[in-house]
Design a protein around this ligand. Structure first.
Ligand code: GDP
Length: 411
């Protein structure tokens, strides 16, 4: 039997209209996921594919297409979310979909635009450590090498500021619309000697499992099973859980011994990051714990924050955000209303430099350092210690208003 290919979750980011959908459509076509006949003719046939995916996903009808997959020589890729999908940020943060890598699409004619910056900042905030930069629409700039070099420099500067290492990132000049440098080297760009877009995907590395970090399992559900006992269910985010371990659930602070671990109805001795498990804990009642609690080992228990300092970026808010604002924070599986108690600094999202001390309000597009007080106990970790539990999305009025990360905790 052929060895299974390793798996990578891929997101497509970049300014609106820079060609994300077109690139994905072309890719799915070239890798045989969808057929030419299905597309029909027409100007925007590739983009049409993505629109179809998006529509179906929003109606929630086609499970298959909800996670479009394609293969390269080395890997199997899943496109974790449609470009432009409203819940992308929330899904990334709450773990519903996690991107291991992102393709940043920048149109050669426009260059770096506001959403390019915002998405790069977000990708970094969300912990996407690997990038590929697609300089798209090269056909609109006469496939000019000079323009490519200029953009490579511009994008590199942006990436460096946010903390990426542009020297290790492939920059591919291409045309998603015409097909240049997607799967085959384009004759229109003889000056380019790097990989095609498809080849560049094979330079990515599969995600490493964070087994050396302290154990953290955010609880998704709690069952009481006759003859077994209390069985919390959740995904191991970090660390390793073994049968016989003593675990503590925070915030309630109840603990017990792990009697058994199960995944897909099969018993196992230990669970690792990425495993979706149910585990039976002796000494913990069904009503002692609930969704949003986090299990960890007793010698390095999950951090319960009375207050924390965070860096946030406001994605969409119709008005002004001021001290006292109390929206719902979505952090791992927890949803807790939290109050902004202080707006400490407004910062430049692209450079991190301080623009204003103690601003009176924040609006869409602003990034800031703020103080936050949860209205009830919440487990959240410093992003530096346990990145998987240091991120959150702020939701209000049915929308993701902001995203952020915890940089310090007042226990
Ligand atoms: P998105 O908003 O980033 O997903 O962008 P779309 O994929 O929807 O593309 C926006 C527009 O740019 C569409 O009209 C595309 O046909 C066009 N487009 C995308 N890629 C290219 C390209 O490589 N060259 C040209 N000339 N047009 C492109």
């Amino acid at each position: 039997m052929a060895k299974e290919k390793e798996h990578i979750n891929l997101a497509f980011i970049g300014h609106v209209d820079h060609g994300k959908s077109t690139l994905v459509g072309h890719l799915l076509l070239k890798t045989g996921v969808i057929s030419e006949q299905k597309l029909g003719e027409g100007e925007d046939k590739f983009r049409y594919v993505m629109d179809k995916l998006r529509e179906e996903r929003e109606r929630g009808v086609t499970i298959d297409l909800a996670h479009a997959k394609f293969e390269t020589d080395k890997y199997e890729f899943t496109i974790v979310d449609c470009p432009g999908h409203r819940d992308f940020v929330k899904n990334m943060i709450t773990g519903a979909s996690q991107a291991d890598a992102a393709v940043l699409v920048v149109a050669a004619d426009d260059g770096v635009m506001p959403q390019t910056k915002e998405h790069v900042f977000l990708a970094r905030t969300l912990g996407i450590n690997q990038l590929i930069v697609a300089i798209n629409k090269m056909d609109l700039v006469d496939y000019d090498e000079g323009r490519f070099k200029e953009l490579k420099k511009e994008v590199s500067d942006l990436l460096k500021i946010v903390g990426y290492k542009p020297d290790e990132i492939p920059f591919v000049p291409l045309s998603a619309f015409k097909g240049d440098n997607i799967t085959e080297k384009s004759e229109n760009m003889g000056w380019y000697d790097g990989p095609t877009f498809l080849e560049s995907l094979d330079t990515l590395k599969p995600p490493e499992k964070p087994i050396d970090l302290p154990l953290r399992i955010p609880v998704q559900d709690v069952y009481s099973i006759t003859g077994v006992g209390t069985v919390p269910v959740g995904r191991v985010e970090t660390g390793v859980l073994k049968v016989g371990d003593t675990v503590v659930f925070e915030p309630p602070g109840v603990s017990g011994e792990v009697k058994s671990i199960e995944m897909h109805h099969e018993a196992m001795e230990k669970a690792e990051p990425g495993d979706n498990i149910g585990f039976n804990v002796r000494g913990v009642g069904k009503d002692d714990i609930r969704r949003g609690d986090v299990a960890g080992h007793t010698d390095s228990p999950p951090t319960v924050a009375k207050e924390f300092t965070a860096q946030i970026v406001v994605l969409q808010h119709p008005g002004a955000i001021t001290v006292g604002y109390t929206p719902v924070f979505h952090c791992h599986t927890a949803q807790v209303a939290c109050t902004l108690t202080e707006l400490k600094q407004k910062i430049n999202p692209a450079t991190g430099e301080v623009q204003e001390e103690n601003p009176d309000f924040l609006k869409t597009g602003d990034a800031a350092v703020v103080k936050v007080k949860p209205t009830k106990p919440l487990v959240i970790e410093k992003i530096k210690d346990i990145p998987q539990l240091g991120r959150f999305a702020i939701r209000d009025m049915g929308q993701t208003v902001a995203a952020g990360m915890c940089i310090d905790v007042v226990p």
